[in-house]
Design a protein around this ligand. Structure first.
Ligand code: GLU
Length: 472
């Protein structure tokens, strides 16, 4: 048997963290079993399912590298098929027309409640061939559920789950306009797509017995079900916007790497001993449903940052350059400034030990990509003191003539510091503030080398013209 999994998002405008994890687990399970991972867009809600909303999901998946195998299925294009299957069920007497109006159903439920019964469709339309007098012409189609017995299945995460058929209503499978209801389209698609493993969020666990009964009526082989635990925020509530970013593409914009997010999501509810770092090929080898946790998983942004830092350090700087440049643009650096600055990969190589995200790195590296920096007055007051500025002036002159490599730059700083009785750091830190506008940067020689002689010397000269605190 070839394993077939599917990710079946309803387009909401973005791919959220929970959806991405569901997609990842389906992808990994398919890869591990040399099977197929299919994508199905559940775009039956025409108002919400705009092309932009669909693209947001497809783009998020593409960024993560979780592309489906084969054609993406769009439910909006399968109306005829759903009608056809509803007809089959009607012919086989596994479904029937129901003409009851909303008012009639409400009155029926109220009466049942009054009698202390569980509200349930009482099948008054079962066996009717024609609309009752006064009924609207267009009926819905109801599935004729089993009366007795129970639906039992072994969930690959939660174990045995059983529910009595008496708990299940005769589900409407087609509305009066012929469009399918949610559970029905899922079932028809899962069968037609040959899905062998349904891996989805456990908010769908209540749908599963209904879907199993429908699949049985259609004579379909039942898939294995695996319902994934919820993802919670740090406060124990279901992860939502108020916990910060929940959209995958927002993480991209904030300078996270897809490998970091994938690694993080893999560990969100699944484990392999104490191990934290997994490459995608390793995950494709190791992932299994048996080690998916039953309990809800808590989203930990700090751990994601830690993993991101790990992958930034591990990656070849060139491979990060396009995403880094995106972050520079987002930080307000213009195209011309980017083109005139040092090569992005060289900046990444110098900064990658220190940044948890590429956006953070871009924020700290902006000074390379601009003509001048503004030194905050408090730093100017602290660092450009009377005993340091003569050394800075001498250094500016030395740098203007030095070879432009890290050894020569270090030597120039050492010489200027010694000539003014300063330790290396006593000159290097004011120099850093002068050229970067801040106190944190890679080693000063590498920083200057990247910045370039012209800008480094100009910035020093600019500082030296500033009025110094305490000097008239
Ligand atoms: N479209 C459903 C959702 O986005 C998933 C349905 C399923 O996986 O069966 O929650």
């Amino acid at each position: 048997m070839t394993v077939v999994t599917r990710f079946a998002p309803s387009p909401t405008g973005f791919l959220h963290i929970g959806g991405a994890r569901t997609a990842l687990f389906n992808f990994l399970f398919a890869r591990r079993n040399k099977g197929r991972f299919l994508l199905r867009v559940e775009d039956t809600d025409r108002r919400r399912s705009t092309p932009q909303a669909v693209n947001a999901i497809v783009d998020g998946l593409a960024w993560l590298g979780l592309d489906g195998d084969g054609e993406t299925v769009f439910q909006s294009k399968r109306d005829a098929r759903y009608r056809e299957v509803a007809e089959e069920l009607l012919e086989q007497k596994r479904a029937y027309h129901c003409w009851c109006s909303a008012d009639e159903l409400a009155a029926m439920r109220a009466a049942q409640k009054q009698r202390g019964e569980k509200p349930r469709y009482d099948r008054r339309c079962l066996g009717r061939k024609h609309p009752p007098a006064g009924a609207g012409v267009k009926p819905v189609v109801r599935f004729l559920n089993e009366d007795d017995g129970e639906v039992a299945f072994t969930d690959a995460v939660h174990g045995e789950i059983k529910i009595s058929n008496r708990e299940l209503d005769d589900l409407v499978i087609a509305r009066s306009d012929g469009t399918p209801t949610y559970n029905f389209s899922v079932v028809v698609d899962d069968r037609d797509m040959g899905v062998t493993h349904v891996i989805r969020g456990d908010d769908h666990i209540n749908n599963t017995p209904r879907q199993i009964n429908l699949l049985r009526a259609l004579g379909a082989k039942l898939p294995v079900y695996a319902h994934l635990p919820m993802i919670l925020g740090a406060d124990g509530a279901r992860l939502s916007k108020r916990h910060g970013s929940v959209s995958v593409l927002e993480y991209r914009r904030h300078g996270y790497l897809p490998q970091a997010l994938l690694n993080y999501l893999a560990r969100l509810g699944w484990s392999h001993g104490d191990r934290e770092i997994f490459s995608m090929p390793e995950l494709c080898q190791l992932f299994d449903l048996a080690r998916v946790n039953k309990a809800a998983a808590a989203f930990d942004p700090e751990k994601l940052r830690w993993l991101n830092q790990h992958y930034i350090k591990e990656s070849a700087p060139e491979s990060l350059a396009p995403a880094f440049v995106e972050c520079l643009r987002d930080a307000g650096v213009g195209e011309a400034d980017i083109a005139q600055g040092p090569p992005p990969a060289a900046v990444i190589a110098a900064h990658r030990e220190r940044a948890a995200t590429l956006a953070e790195m871009a924020g700290r590296a902006k000074f390379y990509f601009t003509d001048s920096v503004a030194v905050p007055p408090n730093l100017a007051g602290k660092f450009f003191t009377a005993d340091v500025t003569p050394a800075l002036a001498e250094l500016a002159a030395a740098l203007a003539a030095a070879d432009w490599n890290t050894a020569a730059i270090t030597q120039a700083i050492t010489a200027a510091a010694a000539a003014h009785n300063l330790k290396f750091g006593q000159l290097a830190q004011p120099l850093r503030v002068a050229v970067t506008g801040g106190t944190v940067s890679p080693p000063i020689d590498a920083t200057l080398q990247l910045l370039g002689r012209k800008r480094a010397v100009e910035r020093l000269n600019c500082i030296l013209k500033l009025p110094r605190p305490g000097v008239a």
